[in-house]
Ligand binder design. Structure first.
Ligand SMILES: Cc1ncc(C[n+]2csc(CCOP(=O)(O)OP(=O)(O)O)c2C)c(N)n1
Length: 202
């Protein structure tokens, strides 16, 4: 179930968020919805886009797992993958309980644990190095819980992890990056929402 014996807050293996996202990008199915927010959104936009990407920028901070739950329930024949920040996850821990309670078997929540609020200037996230996100997910009732601190292990498991019945929670210990700008909106939200809804109907 948990893939590594390393604690999830360990920083020894040097997994970059970009590499971890690239592994998600390579493994996602053609019909899967991918929601990204915070630095995962910034780095996802460096990869080739698809109409089923929901780059949640600007965002209701903390809201990505809830957005993912709504989409997972509305689109039961699609998998929904949420790429969230650790600070954002802390703002909306209750969503984990809602996800389990709703039995959202098609939902995967991936938290990029970098210990910082990277988009706002790398302030430390409360509890960085102490909070065990995988344990929080288990306590909320998730049965499929994984934690990785190694890009090699994540690359080798990602397809299986996101393809298995959920709800699934993944904690990725990634290196913080300092001094980079936050994500820029990829365009007018209304127009992007319209195109996204068209893609859902297609
Ligand atoms: C109500 C409220 N609580 C907490 C915060 C602090 N906060 C939570 S997430 C965040 C920025 C994003 O951090 P994170 O989700 O860790 O993503 P990263 O930028 O590291 O990718 C901030 C400033 C806030 N802005 N508002």
């Amino acid at each position: 179930m948990t893939a590594t014996t390393t604690t999830e807050t360990a920083r020894t293996t040097g997994m970059s968020a970009k590499d971890a996202l690239a592994a998600v990008h390579a493994a996602r199915g053609a019909r899967d919805i991918v929601i990204t927010t915070m630095t995962p959104a910034r780095d996802w936009m460096l990869l080739p886009p698809t109409p089923l990407d929901l780059v949640f920028v600007p965002s209701a901070m903390g809201g990505a797992p809830s957005m993912g739950l709504g989409l997972a329930l509305a689109q039961p024949n699609r998998r929904v993958i949420v790429c969230n920040g650790d600070g954002s996850m802390l703002m909306n821990l209750g969503s984990l309980v809602s996800i389990v309670n709703a039995r959202a078997t098609n939902l995967v929540v991936i938290v990029f644990v970098n210990g910082t609020y990277e988009v706002t200037g790398s302030q430390p996230v409360p509890g960085a190095g102490v909070v065990d996100y995988a344990a929080l997910a288990r306590a909320a009732g998730f049965e499929s819980v994984h934690a990785y601190a190694s890009i090699e292990e994540w690359r080798s498991d990602v397809r299986h992890v996101i393809g298995a019945p959920g709800p699934t929670f993944v904690s990725l210990a990634v290196e913080p990056v300092h001094g980079q700008p936050g994500p820029k909106s990829p365009g007018p939200a209304r127009e992007r929402a319209r195109r996204f809804m068209e893609a859902l109907d297609a």
